[in-house]
Design a protein around this ligand. Sequence first.
Ligand code: HAM
Length: 424
Amino acid sequence: MNDVLPEEIGCWQRIERAYARTMSLHGYREVRTPFVEETSLFVRAIGDATDVVEKEMYSFEHRGDDLTLRPEGTAGAVRAYLEHSVQGREAVTRWWYAGPMFRAEKPQRGRYRQFSQLGAEIFGDEGPGCDAEMIAMLVEFLRELAIPEIQVVINSLGGPQARSRYRDALVTHLRPREASLSPESQRRLATNPLRILDSKDERDRNAVGDAPGIHEFIDTGDRDHFGKLRAYLDALETPYLVDERLVRGLDYYTSTLFEIRGAHAKLGAGSTLVGGGRYDALVADLGGPAVPAIGFAAGLERLLIASELSPPTSATDALVAPLGEPAIGPGLALAGRLRRYGIRCEIDTRGSSLKSQLRRANQLAVRMVLILGENELADGSVQVKDLEAHTQERMARDQALRVVVDRLMAASRSADAPTRQGPP
Ligand code: HAM
Protein backbone atom coordinates (compact mmCIF):
# COMPACT_ATOMS: atom_id res chain seq x y z
CA MET A 1 0.00 0.00 0.00
CA ASN A 2 1.56 3.24 -1.11
CA ASP A 3 1.52 6.89 -0.16
CA VAL A 4 0.98 9.25 -3.04
CA LEU A 5 2.96 12.41 -2.32
CA PRO A 6 2.10 15.88 -3.64
CA GLU A 7 4.95 15.64 -6.21
CA GLU A 8 3.16 12.68 -7.77
CA ILE A 9 -0.43 13.77 -7.42
CA GLY A 10 -0.46 15.98 -10.53
CA CYS A 11 -0.12 12.93 -12.79
CA TRP A 12 -2.85 11.07 -10.88
CA GLN A 13 -5.23 13.99 -11.15
CA ARG A 14 -4.54 14.44 -14.83
CA ILE A 15 -5.47 10.81 -15.54
CA GLU A 16 -8.52 10.99 -13.29
CA ARG A 17 -9.71 14.16 -15.05
CA ALA A 18 -9.14 12.68 -18.51
CA TYR A 19 -11.09 9.60 -17.43
CA ALA A 20 -14.03 11.60 -16.06
CA ARG A 21 -14.12 13.53 -19.33
CA THR A 22 -14.05 10.36 -21.46
CA MET A 23 -16.82 8.89 -19.38
CA SER A 24 -19.09 11.90 -19.65
CA LEU A 25 -18.47 12.10 -23.42
CA HIS A 26 -19.81 8.55 -23.65
CA GLY A 27 -22.89 9.01 -21.47
CA TYR A 28 -21.65 7.37 -18.27
CA ARG A 29 -22.46 8.82 -14.85
CA GLU A 30 -20.34 8.46 -11.74
CA VAL A 31 -21.37 6.12 -8.94
CA ARG A 32 -19.68 5.80 -5.53
CA THR A 33 -20.19 2.62 -3.58
CA PRO A 34 -18.72 1.70 -0.17
CA PHE A 35 -15.19 0.34 0.21
CA VAL A 36 -16.57 -2.42 2.43
CA GLU A 37 -19.25 -4.96 1.50
CA GLU A 38 -20.47 -8.22 2.94
CA THR A 39 -17.98 -10.99 2.23
CA SER A 40 -20.71 -13.20 0.77
CA LEU A 41 -21.31 -10.67 -2.04
CA PHE A 42 -17.76 -11.12 -3.35
CA VAL A 43 -17.79 -14.88 -2.86
CA ARG A 44 -21.02 -15.21 -4.86
CA ALA A 45 -20.04 -12.74 -7.59
CA ILE A 46 -16.35 -13.49 -8.11
CA GLY A 47 -16.52 -17.24 -7.38
CA ASP A 48 -15.14 -19.23 -4.47
CA ALA A 49 -12.51 -21.06 -6.55
CA THR A 50 -10.81 -17.88 -7.77
CA ASP A 51 -7.47 -16.52 -6.54
CA VAL A 52 -9.17 -13.32 -5.40
CA VAL A 53 -11.63 -15.09 -3.11
CA GLU A 54 -9.36 -17.94 -2.04
CA LYS A 55 -6.26 -15.94 -1.20
CA GLU A 56 -6.47 -12.22 -1.70
CA MET A 57 -9.41 -10.75 0.19
CA TYR A 58 -9.02 -8.60 3.29
CA SER A 59 -11.93 -10.07 5.25
CA PHE A 60 -12.81 -9.49 8.87
CA GLU A 61 -15.59 -10.09 11.31
CA HIS A 62 -17.15 -7.10 12.96
CA ARG A 63 -19.91 -7.53 15.55
CA GLY A 64 -21.28 -10.59 13.82
CA ASP A 65 -20.96 -9.26 10.24
CA ASP A 66 -18.53 -10.87 7.80
CA LEU A 67 -17.07 -7.97 5.84
CA THR A 68 -14.44 -7.52 3.13
CA LEU A 69 -12.52 -4.56 1.75
CA ARG A 70 -13.63 -4.50 -1.88
CA PRO A 71 -11.16 -6.31 -4.17
CA GLU A 72 -12.94 -4.95 -7.27
CA GLY A 73 -15.88 -2.74 -8.19
CA THR A 74 -18.32 -4.86 -10.18
CA ALA A 75 -19.90 -6.78 -7.29
CA GLY A 76 -20.66 -3.57 -5.35
CA ALA A 77 -22.00 -1.87 -8.48
CA VAL A 78 -24.42 -4.74 -9.13
CA ARG A 79 -25.47 -4.73 -5.47
CA ALA A 80 -26.16 -0.98 -5.63
CA TYR A 81 -27.98 -1.33 -8.98
CA LEU A 82 -30.33 -3.90 -7.45
CA GLU A 83 -30.69 -2.25 -4.06
CA HIS A 84 -31.90 0.98 -5.70
CA SER A 85 -34.05 -0.82 -8.35
CA VAL A 86 -32.30 1.16 -11.08
CA GLN A 87 -33.56 -1.28 -13.74
CA GLY A 88 -37.10 0.00 -13.07
CA ARG A 89 -36.10 3.60 -13.87
CA GLU A 90 -34.03 3.24 -17.03
CA ALA A 91 -33.54 0.61 -19.70
CA VAL A 92 -29.81 1.15 -20.04
CA THR A 93 -27.54 2.29 -17.19
CA ARG A 94 -23.98 3.46 -17.72
CA TRP A 95 -21.98 3.89 -14.53
CA TRP A 96 -18.33 4.74 -13.95
CA TYR A 97 -16.27 4.73 -10.78
CA ALA A 98 -12.76 5.44 -9.58
CA GLY A 99 -11.21 4.49 -6.30
CA PRO A 100 -9.14 2.13 -4.22
CA MET A 101 -9.45 -1.67 -4.30
CA PHE A 102 -7.72 -4.11 -1.97
CA ARG A 103 -6.10 -7.45 -2.72
CA ALA A 104 -3.52 -9.21 -0.57
CA GLU A 105 -1.31 -10.08 -3.54
CA LYS A 106 2.44 -10.51 -3.55
CA PRO A 107 3.56 -6.91 -4.12
CA GLN A 108 5.74 -6.13 -7.13
CA ARG A 109 6.03 -3.37 -9.71
CA GLY A 110 2.49 -2.58 -10.89
CA ARG A 111 0.91 -4.93 -8.36
CA TYR A 112 -0.05 -3.52 -4.99
CA ARG A 113 -2.28 -4.41 -2.07
CA GLN A 114 -4.18 -1.18 -2.26
CA PHE A 115 -4.50 -0.01 -5.85
CA SER A 116 -6.82 2.31 -7.73
CA GLN A 117 -9.18 1.28 -10.46
CA LEU A 118 -10.92 3.37 -13.08
CA GLY A 119 -13.91 1.25 -13.95
CA ALA A 120 -17.30 1.26 -15.62
CA GLU A 121 -20.35 -0.96 -15.98
CA ILE A 122 -23.22 -0.92 -18.49
CA PHE A 123 -26.46 -2.64 -17.51
CA GLY A 124 -29.26 -3.43 -19.94
CA ASP A 125 -27.52 -3.60 -23.32
CA GLU A 126 -26.85 -7.07 -24.65
CA GLY A 127 -25.66 -6.15 -28.14
CA PRO A 128 -22.12 -6.47 -29.50
CA GLY A 129 -22.20 -2.79 -30.53
CA CYS A 130 -21.99 -1.94 -26.85
CA ASP A 131 -18.90 -4.17 -26.42
CA ALA A 132 -17.22 -2.62 -29.46
CA GLU A 133 -17.92 0.94 -28.35
CA MET A 134 -16.43 0.20 -24.92
CA ILE A 135 -13.23 -1.31 -26.32
CA ALA A 136 -12.76 1.49 -28.88
CA MET A 137 -13.37 4.10 -26.18
CA LEU A 138 -10.64 2.53 -24.02
CA VAL A 139 -8.14 2.45 -26.87
CA GLU A 140 -8.78 6.14 -27.50
CA PHE A 141 -8.43 6.90 -23.77
CA LEU A 142 -5.08 5.09 -23.53
CA ARG A 143 -3.89 6.98 -26.62
CA GLU A 144 -4.84 10.25 -24.98
CA LEU A 145 -2.64 9.24 -22.04
CA ALA A 146 0.23 8.67 -24.47
CA ILE A 147 0.50 4.98 -23.65
CA PRO A 148 2.48 3.31 -26.44
CA GLU A 149 2.37 -0.24 -27.81
CA ILE A 150 -1.06 -1.20 -26.58
CA GLN A 151 -2.56 -4.47 -27.62
CA VAL A 152 -6.25 -5.39 -27.42
CA VAL A 153 -6.93 -9.09 -26.86
CA ILE A 154 -10.47 -10.45 -27.12
CA ASN A 155 -12.18 -13.79 -26.66
CA SER A 156 -15.64 -15.23 -26.19
CA LEU A 157 -16.37 -17.58 -23.32
CA GLY A 158 -19.91 -18.43 -24.38
CA GLY A 159 -22.74 -18.90 -21.92
CA PRO A 160 -22.75 -21.07 -18.78
CA GLN A 161 -23.69 -24.23 -20.75
CA ALA A 162 -20.93 -23.81 -23.30
CA ARG A 163 -18.50 -23.13 -20.45
CA SER A 164 -19.49 -26.31 -18.72
CA ARG A 165 -19.16 -28.39 -21.94
CA TYR A 166 -15.75 -26.82 -22.52
CA ARG A 167 -14.70 -27.42 -18.95
CA ASP A 168 -15.46 -31.15 -19.37
CA ALA A 169 -13.50 -31.30 -22.62
CA LEU A 170 -10.55 -29.51 -21.03
CA VAL A 171 -10.51 -31.86 -18.06
CA THR A 172 -10.66 -34.85 -20.44
CA HIS A 173 -7.64 -33.40 -22.26
CA LEU A 174 -5.65 -32.57 -19.14
CA ARG A 175 -6.39 -35.60 -16.96
CA PRO A 176 -3.83 -37.87 -18.72
CA ARG A 177 -1.28 -35.02 -18.40
CA GLU A 178 -2.06 -34.31 -14.76
CA ALA A 179 1.31 -35.45 -13.42
CA SER A 180 3.14 -32.94 -15.63
CA LEU A 181 1.10 -29.94 -14.41
CA SER A 182 2.31 -27.49 -11.78
CA PRO A 183 1.01 -28.28 -8.25
CA GLU A 184 -1.27 -25.24 -8.43
CA SER A 185 -2.80 -26.42 -11.70
CA GLN A 186 -3.17 -29.98 -10.41
CA ARG A 187 -5.39 -28.50 -7.74
CA ARG A 188 -7.15 -26.26 -10.26
CA LEU A 189 -8.01 -29.30 -12.39
CA ALA A 190 -10.65 -30.19 -9.82
CA THR A 191 -11.76 -26.72 -8.77
CA ASN A 192 -11.38 -24.30 -11.72
CA PRO A 193 -9.75 -25.96 -14.73
CA LEU A 194 -10.25 -22.97 -17.06
CA ARG A 195 -7.72 -21.01 -15.00
CA ILE A 196 -5.02 -23.48 -16.09
CA LEU A 197 -5.29 -21.89 -19.54
CA ASP A 198 -3.72 -18.63 -18.44
CA SER A 199 -1.08 -20.11 -16.16
CA LYS A 200 2.37 -18.72 -16.93
CA ASP A 201 4.10 -21.94 -15.77
CA GLU A 202 6.00 -23.66 -18.58
CA ARG A 203 4.70 -27.12 -17.51
CA ASP A 204 1.09 -25.95 -17.75
CA ARG A 205 1.70 -24.19 -21.04
CA ASN A 206 3.02 -27.43 -22.56
CA ALA A 207 0.04 -29.39 -21.27
CA VAL A 208 -2.56 -27.01 -22.65
CA GLY A 209 -0.66 -26.43 -25.90
CA ASP A 210 -2.87 -28.68 -28.03
CA ALA A 211 -6.02 -28.54 -25.87
CA PRO A 212 -9.27 -27.88 -27.71
CA GLY A 213 -10.25 -24.20 -28.07
CA ILE A 214 -13.38 -22.81 -26.46
CA HIS A 215 -14.86 -21.58 -29.72
CA GLU A 216 -15.78 -25.13 -30.77
CA PHE A 217 -18.14 -25.22 -27.80
CA ILE A 218 -19.92 -21.89 -27.84
CA ASP A 219 -23.42 -21.78 -29.33
CA THR A 220 -24.53 -19.93 -32.45
CA GLY A 221 -25.88 -16.93 -30.53
CA ASP A 222 -22.51 -16.30 -28.87
CA ARG A 223 -20.61 -17.04 -32.07
CA ASP A 224 -22.78 -14.51 -33.88
CA HIS A 225 -22.25 -11.94 -31.09
CA PHE A 226 -18.49 -12.41 -31.29
CA GLY A 227 -18.51 -12.17 -35.09
CA LYS A 228 -20.40 -8.89 -34.95
CA LEU A 229 -18.10 -7.52 -32.26
CA ARG A 230 -15.14 -8.24 -34.56
CA ALA A 231 -16.91 -6.61 -37.51
CA TYR A 232 -17.64 -3.47 -35.46
CA LEU A 233 -14.06 -3.26 -34.22
CA ASP A 234 -12.84 -3.61 -37.81
CA ALA A 235 -15.22 -0.84 -38.87
CA LEU A 236 -13.89 1.35 -36.04
CA GLU A 237 -10.34 0.52 -37.18
CA THR A 238 -9.51 -0.74 -33.71
CA PRO A 239 -6.86 -3.47 -34.05
CA TYR A 240 -7.22 -6.55 -31.84
CA LEU A 241 -5.97 -10.07 -31.41
CA VAL A 242 -8.25 -13.07 -30.77
CA ASP A 243 -6.87 -15.36 -28.06
CA GLU A 244 -8.93 -18.45 -27.34
CA ARG A 245 -6.85 -19.03 -24.20
CA LEU A 246 -7.88 -15.74 -22.60
CA VAL A 247 -10.01 -16.59 -19.55
CA ARG A 248 -9.28 -14.03 -16.79
CA GLY A 249 -9.57 -14.61 -13.09
CA LEU A 250 -13.15 -13.78 -12.15
CA ASP A 251 -15.97 -16.32 -12.52
CA TYR A 252 -18.78 -13.96 -13.47
CA TYR A 253 -17.68 -13.52 -17.07
CA THR A 254 -19.75 -14.86 -19.97
CA SER A 255 -19.47 -14.22 -23.71
CA THR A 256 -17.17 -11.28 -24.59
CA LEU A 257 -13.92 -11.01 -22.67
CA PHE A 258 -11.14 -8.53 -23.29
CA GLU A 259 -7.82 -7.25 -22.02
CA ILE A 260 -5.68 -4.32 -23.06
CA ARG A 261 -1.98 -4.83 -22.50
CA GLY A 262 0.86 -2.35 -22.46
CA ALA A 263 4.54 -2.76 -23.27
CA HIS A 264 5.87 -5.73 -21.34
CA ALA A 265 9.37 -4.27 -21.01
CA LYS A 266 8.08 -1.38 -18.93
CA LEU A 267 5.30 -3.06 -17.00
CA GLY A 268 6.59 -6.63 -16.50
CA ALA A 269 4.10 -8.84 -14.68
CA GLY A 270 1.67 -5.92 -14.49
CA SER A 271 1.35 -5.46 -18.24
CA THR A 272 -2.45 -5.86 -18.24
CA LEU A 273 -3.69 -2.29 -18.12
CA VAL A 274 -7.39 -2.99 -18.52
CA GLY A 275 -9.52 -6.08 -18.02
CA GLY A 276 -13.20 -6.49 -18.71
CA GLY A 277 -16.01 -8.42 -20.24
CA ARG A 278 -19.67 -9.39 -20.20
CA TYR A 279 -21.34 -10.84 -17.17
CA ASP A 280 -24.83 -11.45 -18.53
CA ALA A 281 -25.84 -13.85 -15.75
CA LEU A 282 -24.53 -12.01 -12.66
CA VAL A 283 -27.42 -9.62 -11.99
CA ALA A 284 -29.84 -12.57 -11.92
CA ASP A 285 -27.38 -14.69 -9.92
CA LEU A 286 -27.35 -12.00 -7.23
CA GLY A 287 -31.12 -12.12 -6.98
CA GLY A 288 -32.18 -9.58 -9.61
CA PRO A 289 -33.94 -9.86 -12.94
CA ALA A 290 -32.15 -11.06 -16.08
CA VAL A 291 -30.20 -7.93 -17.03
CA PRO A 292 -27.25 -8.27 -19.43
CA ALA A 293 -24.13 -6.34 -18.41
CA ILE A 294 -20.59 -5.54 -19.43
CA GLY A 295 -17.78 -3.61 -17.78
CA PHE A 296 -14.07 -3.09 -17.34
CA ALA A 297 -11.51 -1.73 -14.92
CA ALA A 298 -8.10 -0.17 -15.54
CA GLY A 299 -5.35 -0.11 -12.94
CA LEU A 300 -4.49 3.55 -12.39
CA GLU A 301 -0.97 2.87 -11.09
CA ARG A 302 -0.26 0.81 -14.21
CA LEU A 303 -1.54 3.61 -16.45
CA LEU A 304 0.86 5.94 -14.64
CA ILE A 305 3.81 3.63 -15.24
CA ALA A 306 2.89 3.22 -18.91
CA SER A 307 2.00 6.83 -19.71
CA GLU A 308 4.59 8.93 -21.50
CA LEU A 309 2.92 12.26 -20.70
CA SER A 310 5.37 14.61 -19.04
CA PRO A 311 4.44 15.53 -15.46
CA PRO A 312 2.37 18.69 -15.15
CA THR A 313 4.36 21.81 -14.36
CA SER A 314 3.94 23.99 -11.30
CA ALA A 315 0.79 23.86 -9.21
CA THR A 316 1.37 27.44 -7.98
CA ASP A 317 1.35 30.51 -10.23
CA ALA A 318 2.58 33.32 -8.02
CA LEU A 319 4.38 34.03 -4.76
CA VAL A 320 3.59 37.13 -2.72
CA ALA A 321 6.75 38.12 -0.86
CA PRO A 322 6.26 40.62 2.00
CA LEU A 323 9.58 41.81 3.40
CA GLY A 324 9.07 42.27 7.12
CA GLU A 325 6.08 42.29 9.44
CA PRO A 326 4.44 45.58 8.28
CA ALA A 327 4.16 44.20 4.74
CA ILE A 328 2.28 41.05 5.79
CA GLY A 329 -1.18 42.67 6.03
CA PRO A 330 -1.01 44.36 2.58
CA GLY A 331 0.53 41.11 1.24
CA LEU A 332 -2.42 39.04 2.48
CA ALA A 333 -4.81 41.50 0.85
CA LEU A 334 -2.92 41.31 -2.46
CA ALA A 335 -2.87 37.49 -2.38
CA GLY A 336 -6.63 37.51 -1.74
CA ARG A 337 -7.23 39.72 -4.79
CA LEU A 338 -5.06 37.47 -7.00
CA ARG A 339 -6.97 34.38 -5.88
CA ARG A 340 -10.28 36.02 -6.79
CA TYR A 341 -8.95 36.04 -10.37
CA GLY A 342 -8.14 32.34 -10.13
CA ILE A 343 -4.40 32.85 -9.65
CA ARG A 344 -2.97 30.09 -7.45
CA CYS A 345 -0.68 31.87 -5.05
CA GLU A 346 1.30 31.33 -1.90
CA ILE A 347 2.41 33.99 0.56
CA ASP A 348 5.25 33.83 3.05
CA THR A 349 3.82 35.11 6.33
CA ARG A 350 6.97 34.43 8.37
CA GLY A 351 8.81 37.62 7.48
CA SER A 352 11.60 35.72 5.69
CA SER A 353 14.42 37.39 3.81
CA LEU A 354 14.07 38.18 0.11
CA LYS A 355 16.73 35.58 -0.66
CA SER A 356 14.87 32.77 1.04
CA GLN A 357 11.54 33.81 -0.52
CA LEU A 358 13.11 33.75 -3.99
CA ARG A 359 14.50 30.31 -3.23
CA ARG A 360 10.96 29.23 -2.37
CA ALA A 361 9.68 30.74 -5.63
CA ASN A 362 12.18 28.64 -7.56
CA GLN A 363 11.25 25.53 -5.65
CA LEU A 364 7.55 26.08 -6.44
CA ALA A 365 8.44 26.93 -10.07
CA VAL A 366 6.11 29.94 -9.95
CA ARG A 367 6.36 32.44 -12.76
CA MET A 368 5.49 35.65 -10.89
CA VAL A 369 6.81 37.02 -7.58
CA LEU A 370 5.18 40.11 -6.05
CA ILE A 371 7.57 41.81 -3.64
CA LEU A 372 6.38 44.25 -0.97
CA GLY A 373 9.28 46.11 0.66
CA GLU A 374 9.46 49.35 2.58
CA ASN A 375 9.29 51.61 -0.51
CA GLU A 376 6.34 49.74 -1.94
CA LEU A 377 4.51 50.00 1.37
CA ALA A 378 5.07 53.73 1.42
CA ASP A 379 3.47 54.46 -1.97
CA GLY A 380 1.04 51.55 -2.45
CA SER A 381 3.09 49.93 -5.22
CA VAL A 382 4.58 46.46 -5.67
CA GLN A 383 7.61 44.98 -7.43
CA VAL A 384 6.49 42.51 -10.08
CA LYS A 385 9.22 39.99 -10.84
CA ASP A 386 8.65 37.74 -13.86
CA LEU A 387 10.97 34.75 -13.46
CA GLU A 388 10.35 33.58 -16.99
CA ALA A 389 10.82 36.87 -18.81
CA HIS A 390 13.63 37.84 -16.36
CA THR A 391 12.10 41.28 -15.75
CA GLN A 392 11.29 43.25 -12.62
CA GLU A 393 9.11 46.36 -12.58
CA ARG A 394 7.66 48.50 -9.85
CA MET A 395 4.02 49.47 -10.44
CA ALA A 396 0.75 50.35 -8.71
CA ARG A 397 -0.97 47.33 -7.20
CA ASP A 398 -4.07 47.57 -9.46
CA GLN A 399 -1.85 47.56 -12.49
CA ALA A 400 0.22 44.71 -11.05
CA LEU A 401 -2.91 42.65 -10.71
CA ARG A 402 -3.75 43.16 -14.41
CA VAL A 403 -0.19 42.36 -15.53
CA VAL A 404 -0.01 39.14 -13.47
CA VAL A 405 -3.45 37.96 -14.60
CA ASP A 406 -2.70 38.74 -18.28
CA ARG A 407 0.66 36.99 -18.35
CA LEU A 408 -0.50 33.88 -16.54
CA MET A 409 -3.67 33.57 -18.60
CA ALA A 410 -1.72 33.95 -21.86
CA ALA A 411 0.72 31.28 -20.65
CA SER A 412 -2.04 28.85 -19.73
CA ARG A 413 -3.71 29.30 -23.13
CA SER A 414 -0.53 28.40 -24.97
CA ALA A 415 0.49 25.57 -22.62
CA ASP A 416 -0.11 21.95 -23.56
CA ALA A 417 -3.63 21.22 -22.48
CA PRO A 418 -3.84 18.17 -20.21
CA THR A 419 -6.51 16.57 -22.37
CA ARG A 420 -7.12 16.94 -26.05
CA GLN A 421 -9.44 19.87 -26.56
CA GLY A 422 -10.68 19.33 -30.08
CA PRO A 423 -10.68 16.84 -32.94
CA PRO A 424 -7.15 15.57 -33.69
P1 HAM B 1 -9.37 -7.34 -12.90
O1 HAM B 1 -8.81 -7.93 -14.14
O2 HAM B 1 -9.30 -8.17 -11.71
O3 HAM B 1 -10.88 -6.98 -13.24
O4 HAM B 1 -8.68 -5.95 -12.61
C1 HAM B 1 -8.70 -4.91 -13.57
C2 HAM B 1 -7.39 -4.18 -13.59
O5 HAM B 1 -7.07 -3.70 -12.29
C3 HAM B 1 -6.19 -5.01 -13.98
O6 HAM B 1 -6.09 -5.14 -15.37
C4 HAM B 1 -5.05 -4.19 -13.42
O7 HAM B 1 -4.73 -3.13 -14.30
C5 HAM B 1 -5.66 -3.63 -12.15
N1 HAM B 1 -5.23 -4.44 -10.99
C6 HAM B 1 -5.75 -5.59 -10.55
N2 HAM B 1 -5.10 -6.01 -9.45
C7 HAM B 1 -4.13 -5.12 -9.20
C8 HAM B 1 -3.12 -4.98 -8.19
N3 HAM B 1 -2.98 -5.85 -7.21
N4 HAM B 1 -2.31 -3.89 -8.27
C9 HAM B 1 -2.43 -2.98 -9.24
N5 HAM B 1 -3.37 -3.06 -10.21
C10 HAM B 1 -4.21 -4.10 -10.19
C11 HAM B 1 -11.76 -6.43 -12.36
O8 HAM B 1 -11.47 -5.99 -11.30
C12 HAM B 1 -13.18 -6.39 -12.89
N6 HAM B 1 -14.04 -5.85 -11.83
C13 HAM B 1 -13.27 -5.57 -14.15
C14 HAM B 1 -14.66 -5.57 -14.69
C15 HAM B 1 -15.60 -4.63 -14.48
N7 HAM B 1 -15.20 -6.55 -15.39
C16 HAM B 1 -16.46 -6.24 -15.64
N8 HAM B 1 -16.72 -5.07 -15.09
